[in-house]
Ligand binder design. Structure first.
Ligand code: V0V
Ligand code: CO
Length: 155
């Protein structure tokens, strides 16, 4: 049976932006996802604030759609380094596209969820991001992403 969001549900979730995979060997993971699985490499970026090198790939040749984000630790201080040491490579986070990351974070905070940052930080391609603690969301690290286009009022 279809369940519709109630009035207290999070507003402005506009899509599943990406699925984050923690990897130890970024170049091997890129080869797997492009040469074997046939995804298209769309973007590569180092995010020192997040302690990661990340690569965005898309299964759709004619548009980005939901993407796969490969994330590798930049150094041993990275949260990714800790994750890989404890749990090994694998699914790391789910990123929902939201129309307003501050608003979404505030609403979740008021409902008792732990947000990792007091204010959004910069994510891939100039997006604004925050995370909900995995212990509050059934063991899944949830990222909220407001794309740069949305921030600039273009989308
Ligand atoms: C840790 N835990 C996770 C988890 N990371 N559970 C599910 N998914 C994850 N990704 C669990 C871990 O197994 C422990 O459970 C517990 O949480 C505490 O773990 P910990 O090792 O002590 O870790 P903490 O608490 O020091 O740090 C966990 C958090 C940290 C989530 C707070 O990883 C963090 O700050 N993450 C946000 C930043 C991040 O991940 N950036 C990389 C993506 P047990 O064993 O006690 O049951 S960057 C990105 O996506 C970008 C740039 C983008 O998209 O634009
Ligand atoms: Co991400």
């Amino acid at each position: 049976m279809t369940s519709w969001a109630g009035p207290a549900a999070l507003p402005g979730v506009v899509g599943l932006d990406h699925i984050g995979l923690a990897v130890t060997d970024l170049e091997a993971a890129v080869v797997l996802h492009t040469e074997i699985l046939g995804l298209v490499l769309r973007h590569r970026e180092t995010n020192a604030d997040q302690g990661v090198v990340e690569v965005m790939l898309s299964p759709a040749p004619d548009g980005p759609g939901t993407q796969v984000q490969l994330v590798a630790a930049l150094d041993e201080h990275s949260p990714l380094h800790r994750f890989l040491a404890h749990r090994g490579p694998g699914l790391h986070h789910l990123a929902y596209a939201v129309s307003d990351v501050r608003n979404a974070s505030d609403i979740l905070l008021r409902r008792g969820f732990r947000l990792l940052y007091d204010a959004p930080r910069v994510g891939t391609r100039g997006s604004l991001i925050n995370f909900v603690h995995p212990k509050d969301t059934g063991g899944v690290l949830i990222e909220l992403v407001e794309s740069a286009a949305q921030t600039q009022g273009q989308g």
